[in-house]
Design a protein around this ligand. Structure first.
Ligand code: UD1
Length: 421
């Protein structure tokens, strides 16, 4: 099993190019199920989650072909509208196949995700929304069994704001009969990116990116070519790393408008942030100020950046209060940060982070994707050599992170254990 070894205390300098967004790529790959014609995608990040989704679609009968920087998916026929437990348990986003399968095939069998390291994460909104569109759904032995001759447009009000729930219903409604209105929809930029791709395929979707999405169903979708949006969480992670380690880093291909809440917090913390049309530069020369934050659905501060900002706050000048409101168990990085000398107390979903003068190296363990990124940031500032174990979490969502950080001057390398574990 691979580990990362980081010699901390070096500032970061230079430029790095942002990869395509994981959370836009995953639903857009599923959108290929909605048409028998080719969907050609560019800016697809090379990540384990993307490979898992490709494998899942492959099992259903979708053909994939890599071109020069592109991936073409062809769902000429969908032979097997099934997402088995073995796949869904490794990647919860497999639930995104449910809506498209049902709309295209009239039936789908998708495993329930079950427990997850960062909380319960139920899928009741996906199920209730599809039922509102006329699907018959049975829960059988941990599987969602869905059937519908043709879905029928309706108005559905989400009880909670859910990103993949909104995406699933938007994809299902694209082929439904009549108009579907989704109220209290997730406003995340990845939802808007999916809608743009679906519209390029002939769908009629308005309002994606707002909390009210109107989908006029069409009889069929056609092939298209689409470029995935840049990853705002990868962008935020590198900017936070630069603010923590000091120095000056430019993120090329970044869209500042998709992560304003993060940029505001970095600026409040004392970093200088300069954004233009397709790049963001961050530098930090002076001391870091403690800033408090609370996660909430977009456009508020993203839960996927909470752990990274906490790493930054461990070395700030005062006390920061960090509150997680989206997932109930997303503080597992705290214990690992403490091994590096951080002073943090957790009560419920709130962490009180008292800044310390310095972090010192230790052996730590990655517990989930964004917790891993937080430990990388902490390792970059800690004195001495930090080793991060279980970095397979990191490979799910960050493309070549150690190469990109090395290019900025970080002393970071991947260590493959002889014989493995
Ligand atoms: C997506 C992102 C993930 C991010 C999260 C929140 C993808 C592939 N993943 O996950 O990186 O951390 O948004 O921004 O895009 N909920 C329900 N019932 C449901 C669905 C969700 O109660 O049917 C709850 C969840 O338990 C959670 C909250 O709603 O507390 C938000 O979850 P949701 O937006 O659905 O997260 P994901 O779409 O799984």
């Amino acid at each position: 099993m691979d580990k990362l070894s980081i010699d901390g205390g070096v500032s970061l300098e230079g430029e790095v190019r942002v990869s395509g967004a994981k959370n836009a790529a995953l639903p857009i790959l599923c959108a290929a199920l909605l048409t028998p014609e080719p969907l050609t995608l560019s800016n697809i990040p090379r990540l384990n989650d993307v490979r898992t989704m490709q494998a899942l679609l492959g099992q259903m009968g979708v053909k994939a072909e890599r071109g020069d920087g592109t991936l073409t998916l062809v769902a000429a026929t969908v032979d097997w509208p099934l997402a088995p437990y073995e796949m869904v348990k490794t990647m919860r986003a497999s639930i995104l196949a449910l809506g498209p399968l049902l709309a295209r095939c009239g039936e789908a069998r998708v495993s329930l995700p079950g427990g997850c390291a960062i909380g319960l994460r139920p899928v009741d909104q996906h199920v209730k929304g599809l039922q509102a569109l006329g699907a018959e759904i049975d829960l059988d032995h941990g599987y969602i069994d869905a059937k519908a001759k043709r879905l029928v447009g309706t108005t559905y009000v989400f009880d909670v704001v859910t990103v993949t729930g909104t995406e699933n219903l938007m994809m299902a409604a694209a082929l439904a009969q009549g108009v579907t209105t989704l109220e209290n929809a997730a406003r995340e930029p990845e939802v808007a990116d999916l809608a743009e791709c679906l519209n390029a395929m002939g769908a009629r979707i308005r309002g994606a990116g707002s909390d009210r999405i109107v989908v006029e169903g069409v009889a069929g979708l056609h092939g298209a070519t689409y470029a995935i949006m840049p990853d705002r969480i990868e962008t935020g992670t590198f900017l936070t790393a630069a603010a923590a380690a000091g120095g000056e880093v430019t993120l090329q291909g970044a869209r500042a408008g998709t992560l304003q809440a993060v940029l505001d917090k970095l600026a409040e913390a004392g970093a200088e942030v300069v954004a233009d049309a397709d790049s963001i530069r961050v530098s930090r020369r002076g001391a870091l100020k403690s800033v408090s934050l609370r996660t909430a659905p977009y456009p508020a501060f993203p839960t996927d950046m909470q752990a990274q900002l906490m790493a930054l706050m461990t070395i700030a000048d005062d006390t920061a209060v960090i509150t997680e409101t989206i997932f109930e168990n997303r503080m597992m990085h705290v214990q690992e940060l403490k091994r590096l000398g951080a002073d943090i107390e957790v009560e419920g979903g709130t962490a009180i982070v008292k800044g310390v003068r310095r972090l010192t190296a230790a052996n730590v363990m990655a517990t989930d994707l964004r917790a891993s990124a937080c430990l990388v940031i902490a390792g970059l500032v800690a004195e001495g050599r930090t080793t991060i174990d279980r970095i397979y979490h990191l490979d799910r969502g960050y493309e070549r992170i150690e190469e990109k950080l090395s290019a900025l001057g970080a002393r970071i390398r991947r260590v493959s254990e002889a014989g493995g574990e």
